[in-house]
Design a protein around this ligand. Structure first.
Ligand code: HEM
Length: 264
């Protein structure tokens, strides 16, 4: 029996074309839609696990920090005379300010903890080995910058805890060989913690470090897409008994084609 073929009505076709027009417009001029499709529909190992979600969880935590930080920056006043009051104002008077501040404060710990969990997964799966060494190094830089982000943010409420924790932190850096005293001077903006220290910490915390972290995350993700992700070392796929991988068309010969198993 012949199966009836359902054709789209003219109206439906027109509606679809109208809805897709902006995407086609962007794609034709930038290729961005194709790039996004490539990112979302790329191949991953068949035995992908929950452990592989930790990188994206870390990314989500960072984005939450960026968004809540941008909102806090609208109300925060980085001067010793006003910083503490502006934080009190955010917490007690701004609508949902307590929530945004709480998310930013606790989210900082979540971000660091997730980064460590993600790093542990990468280490356990041997994903730091060839050809992913560079991505491990970029990850290590992200970890250092992330912790420095926490350190610079801690001073901003300008209360007793913030002040003395920063005195201890800065003095610790001063004990470092050769660069120690120079670093103290750069961070303090002078001999002691004061007006200049607060504005320096604020600028480092909300411009310099987030910018550097965003750039490094971009590089990190580009390498993840280029090299693919690693299977668990104990899975048959990593041992090479799974389906043979298709050869990679791009940049053949520049690097050995990445294997899904990192435990070679
Ligand atoms: C801002 C912090 C970070 C973000 C947003 C981030 C994000 C990601 C994402 C989304 C992936 C792919 C999915 C996955 O494997 O979970 C990934 C993979 C990877 N990350 Fe990170 N990461 C961060 C920090 C780190 C750190 C601290 C290290 C190690 C020192 C690291 C090393 C790696 C490596 C080697 C891979 C490739 C893993 C594989 O091939 O299986 N990352 N990262």
């Amino acid at each position: 029996m012949a199966v009836p073929v359902r054709t789209k009505s003219r109206r439906r076709q027109q509606l679809e074309e109208a809805a897709l027009y902006p995407l086609d417009w962007v794609e034709e001029r930038s290729g961005l839609v194709g790039a996004l499709k490539y990112f979302l529909f790329r191949k991953v190992p068949g035995d992908i696990s929950w452990g592989h979600t930790l990188g994206s969880a870390t990314l989500t935590a960072f984005l939450v920090q960026a968004i809540t930080g941008a909102i806090l920056a609208m109300y925060y006043k980085p001067h010793p005379d006003t910083a503490y009051e502006s934080i009190q104002y955010i917490t007690n008077d701004v609508t949902l300010g307590w929530l945004v501040r709480g998310m930013h404060r606790w989210g900082a710990s979540v971000f660091i903890i997730l980064m460590f969990f993600h790093m542990a997964r990468v280490f356990l799966y041997g994903a730091y080995k060839y050809p992913r060494e560079l991505n491990w190094i970029i990850g290590a830089l992200l970890l250092i910058l992330g912790m420095f982000e926490g350190f610079t943010g801690y001073l901003l409420p300008w209360d007793q805890t913030a002040y003395w924790a920063t005195v201890v932190g800065v003095n610790l850096q001063g004990t470092g060989p050769f660069l120690g005293p120079f670093l103290v001077n750069v961070l303090n903006g002078g001999a002691e913690i004061g007006v200049d220290t607060l504005s320096r910490f604020y600028s480092i915390h909300m411009l310099l470090l987030p910018g550097a972290i965003f750039a490094l995350i971009g590089l990190h993700l580009w390498l993840v897409i280029r090299l693919g992700v690693t299977s668990q070392p104990w899975s048959p796929e990593a041992a090479g008994s799974g389906e043979p991988e298709e050869p990679r068309p791009a940049r053949e010969g520049l690097v050995r084609p990445a294997r899904s198993g990192g435990s070679e």
